[in-house]
Design a protein around this ligand. Structure first.
Ligand SMILES: Nc1ncnc2c1ncn2[C@@H]1O[C@H](COP(=O)(O)OP(=O)(O)O)[C@@H](O)[C@H]1O
Ligand SMILES: CC(C)(COP(=O)(O)O)[C@@H](O)C(=O)NCCC(=O)O
Ligand SMILES: [K+]
Length: 279
């Protein structure tokens, strides 16, 4: 079995993948914290022959996790942000400083769509661009829905947005504090994503497919007008492409990859941008 780990600032996600069949056998998530307890937090390591890790947690957490795993598992692969990988050139001045989850998403998106806007809606919402030819332009970081809410300190933190809510309701003016906050942060997130996408496509003169991932991807998806696909395993896709282990991965396939969404024309994107600015 392969154990894939995606350690974010809030949640540490894991999944077990069969090496021969490439099937996902189980998955789970635990709060990101100092220490892993194999058998409790993550599956028993006896069945695991390889681990692949993407981590944005503090270096000490990653170091401890890696040393624990190295004692028990033959192969441990740790993803790093590099200057170039899989045909993508990292846009950061200091490539190693780009969050490795963003880098994994950019690599997966490029491998799937050959140019994309990769949006990760987690603790932070990150929006990264890779244009055809493999140039990663850099991106944008804004607080995620939960962080935006907590920063207001209005005592609404325990009333999360219902992930089943309809976008139309979430975009209405709130008539109670908790609604005003939830609708406000939702509007902030989806309008930022829509606007960032249009601005960058306009500047770069290319209509890109958009891919969404992260814990809040599904609810954010309902408010994003740009054609897009939700790919919950996008970060894992970057791990698969970086460290291919199964026959399917060696052939370039990534688990759960969605059908690439067809972007609207650049003219339409530009018209939308002009309209939103009343030009
Ligand atoms: N069941 C859940 N448990 C915790 N957070 C959730 C859950 N469902 C959605 N969320 C949202 O997802 C965010 C965490 O998403 P995730 O992509 O795992 O973040 P990160 O990679 O930063 O740890 C939380 O901040 C919260 O807004
Ligand atoms: C921006 C992030 C905090 C997002 O992490 P997440 O919300 O997925 O936990 C992470 O990618 C990170 O720590 N990045 C390093 C800074 C950068 O990318 O510029
Ligand atoms: K994120």
């Amino acid at each position: 079995m392969i154990l894939d780990l995606d350690i974010g600032n809030t949640l540490s996600k894991w999944r077990l993948k069969d090496v021969d069949s490439s099937e996902i056998r189980s998955r789970g998530a635990v709060w990101t914290r100092e220490e892993w307890r194999p058998g409790a937090d993550i599956p028993d390591l006896d069945v695991v022959e390889s681990v692949r890790i993407s981590s944005v947690a503090r270096k000490a957490v990653l170091d401890d996790t890696v040393s624990l795993l190295r004692r028990r598992v033959p192969n441990v692969f740790v993803a790093r942000s590099t200057r170039e990988a899989l045909g993508v050139l990292n846009g950061y001045e200091e490539p190693g400083r780009l969050g490795v989850d963003r880098w994994m998403g950019a690599l997966a998106g490029y491998q799937l769509a050959g140019g994309c806007c990769a949006v990760d809606c987690g603790s932070a919402i990150t929006v990264d661009f890779v244009i055809p030819g493999g140039y990663h332009l850099g991106g944008y970081i804004i607080p995620g829905l939960r962080l935006m809410k907590e920063s207001l300190k209005l005592g609404t933190r325990n009333v999360a947005i219902d992930p089943e809510s309809e976008a139309a309701e979430l975009l209405e003016p709130g008539r109670r504090t908790v609604e005003a906050v939830n609708h406000g942060i939702y509007m902030a997130a989806v309008s930022a994503i829509n606007r960032i996408y249009s601005e960058v496509c306009d500047q770069q003169e290319v209509a890109l497919p958009m891919l969404l991932t992260g814990g809040d991807a599904r609810v954010v998806s309902r408010g994003v007008q740009v054609p897009h696909a939700v790919w919950p395993d996008m970060v894992y896709g970057g791990l698969e492409a970086s460290f291919p282990l199964t026959p399917a991965e060696r052939a370039g396939r990534m688990s759960g990859a969605p059908v690439v969404p067809s972007p609207v024309s650049l003219e339409k994107i530009r018209a939308g941008l002009a309209f939103s600015m009343l030009l």
